[in-house]
Design a protein around this ligand. Structure first.
Ligand code: GLU
Length: 514
């Protein structure tokens, strides 16, 4: 399936942060290119000078990097200025104005486009009239189309303001869509759209056609919301004598409530707001690989059973054949499922790396300690919780007893400590002594505890439950003998002794009040 001549692009406008729909478009383009050994281009469509910002651009680039969707050409790559690929740059649309000029000239020369001198007032009047009459066709009435081109050229030269409009021919415009199959539009439904504004700047549809041509794009893969632009863009390419690329339109993503996922109107799943942007999922601590798996399946399936894919498997298996024809519904449970699977397959060291930012952000450990003194504790914590995380930030709630002291016990822990007339106090004290000189090795510690329980003639549970209460303060947590490596032997012994003292005090207090 290799075809290194394939060139695809992701062309976000930096008028907002990267949303799920955009990221999935990027992913499908990337998979398509990587599978074939082709080129993935990132082009920033920043022509809306009012709404485009550097911050949005940074969000898009950062988020794509987080997802590992690396681009071969685009901003911040060698290819921007590089000798071999530089001919396709710049990759910011706002810097490409000069490249468009010769094409704009060509448009009117061929008669496939014409100058329009209609004033803004006339166009507004026309629109209002069409609305009032509920006209089936709403658009420009083509008044200037019949003007003599030589005459209009003169008027333009003399400085009269005009736009340039596409002269949409009669007939049909169709294409063989990589996903939707044969698509055809009646040209009668297509407006003689403006290609060049009166200030000389080209409009979106023209610029996309020119950029795709100049960047030698072979395949345009984008959201279904662009399908209605495609016949216009094909007509523009035809008007310029250019060969249009192949097109494939991906169905939209639906939120859990069944409506199109959008930033404007939030949707909820089990009371949880479903984010339409990508960055919040990263910030919540989902692994990028799991998120990629999740996004890939929002509109694509290999078969009716396979759900878990690595990045390499996605590259191998992705094809338009598996892209669904209608929108697919987002389900956060799937993301959690993939994230859990992904984390379980990671080494404790890698989990430790991934959870550290959450621990630092929660103020549980400093960045310096996380890389130094506390690193071993974090690795132990990560390993012990491997089965319990669906996102890296889940570690925070499981880590407080590791980095902070245990100052109170939850209800069940209290009960475990106070059971059997406070016998736990004695057991814990003896146990703290027995730990002297021991290493925090979970296997050896468990073995020792079993023989101690036998020696002291107590049930294993009578030893282990109070230990858990003493060391963690909560009744549910990771395997208890793993906890020693997380907190260290000295702190462990101190907590055991402190819990014993707490039991004594509580018993004294109850006795004196009864
Ligand atoms: N800049 C357009 C957008 O953000 C995409 C244009 C295209 O893919 O052709 O929706």
């Amino acid at each position: 399936m290799t075809d290194s001549s394939v060139r695809v692009r992701f062309a976000p406008s930096n008028t907002g942060t990267l949303h799920l729909g955009g990221a999935r478009t990027a992913l499908y383009n990337w998979l398509y290119a990587r599978k074939r050994g082709g080129t993935f281009v990132l082009r920033i469509e920043d022509t809306d000078r009012v709404r485009s910002t550097d911050a949005f651009c940074a969000d898009i680039l950062d988020t794509m990097r987080w997802l590992g969707l690396d681009w071969d050409e685009g901003p911040e790559t060698a290819a921007v200025d590089g000798p071999s690929k530089g001919e396709h740059g710049p990759y910011f649309q706002s810097e490409r104005g000069a490249l468009y000029r010769p094409f704009v000239e060509r448009l009117t020369e061929t008669g496939n486009a014409y100058r329009c001198f209609c004033s803004a007032d006339r166009l507004t009047e026309l629109r209002e009239k069409q609305q009032a009459e509920k006209a089936s066709f709403r658009g420009y009435d083509r008044r200037c189309r019949s003007l003599d081109p030589a005459e209009t050229a003169k008027r333009a030269e003399a400085g009269e303001a005009c736009t340039i409009r596409l002269a949409v021919p009669e007939g049909e415009t169709g294409w063989d869509d990589g996903i939707k199959g044969a698509v055809s539009w009646n040209n009668a439904e297509i407006d003689d759209l403006i290609l060049v504004r009166s200030d000389g700047t080209p409009t979106y549809n023209l610029v996309v056609v020119l950029d795709d041509h100049l960047m030698a794009i072979t395949d345009v893969i984008r959201g279904d919301d662009h399908t209605s632009n495609t016949p216009k863009q094909i007509l523009i390419a035809n008007a310029l004598g250019l060969t249009p690329p192949r097109f494939a339109h991906i169905p939209l993503i639906l939120g859990p409530e069944g409506r199109k996922l959008s930033k404007r109107k939030a949707q909820f799943q089990d009371g949880v707001k479903v984010e339409a942007d990508v960055a919040p999922y990263r910030d919540a601590g989902y692994p990028a690989e799991a998120f990629l798996n999740f996004m890939a399946l929002l509109g694509w399936a290999l078969d009716d059973k396979t759900e878990v894919f690595t990045r390499e498997e996605l590259i191998r298996d992705f094809s338009f054949d598996g892209v669904t024809k209608s929108g697919s519904r987002l389900d956060l449970k799937k993301l959690e499922h993939f994230a859990g699977i992904h984390i379980r397959a990671m080494e404790p060291d890698a989990i430790a790396d991934a959870v550290t930012p959450s621990l630092v952000a929660a103020g549980l450990v400093s960045e310096v300690d996380a890389a130094g003194d506390k690193r071993a504790a974090i690795v132990a914590l990560a390993g012990a919780n491997r089965e319990r995380l669906t996102k890296f930030s889940d570690i925070v709630e499981k880590a407080s007893f590791v980095f902070g002291d245990v100052t109170e016990y939850d209800a069940k822990s209290e009960k475990n400590l106070l059971k059997n007339e406070g016998a736990a106090a004695d057991v814990l004290r003896k146990y703290a002594v027995a730990l002297e000189g021991k290493a925090p090795d979970a296997g050896q510690l468990e073995e020792q505890a079993r023989s101690l329980a036998e020696e002291w003639d107590v049930k294993f549970g009578q030893l282990v439950h109070p230990i858990r209460a003493a060391l963690t303060g909560v009744a549910v947590g990771p395997p208890i003998f793993d906890v020693f490596a997380m907190i260290g032997m000295d702190a462990a012994r101190e907590r055991l002794t402190r819990a014993a003292a707490w039991v004594d005090e509580r018993r004294k207090a109850t006795e004196s009040s009864s």
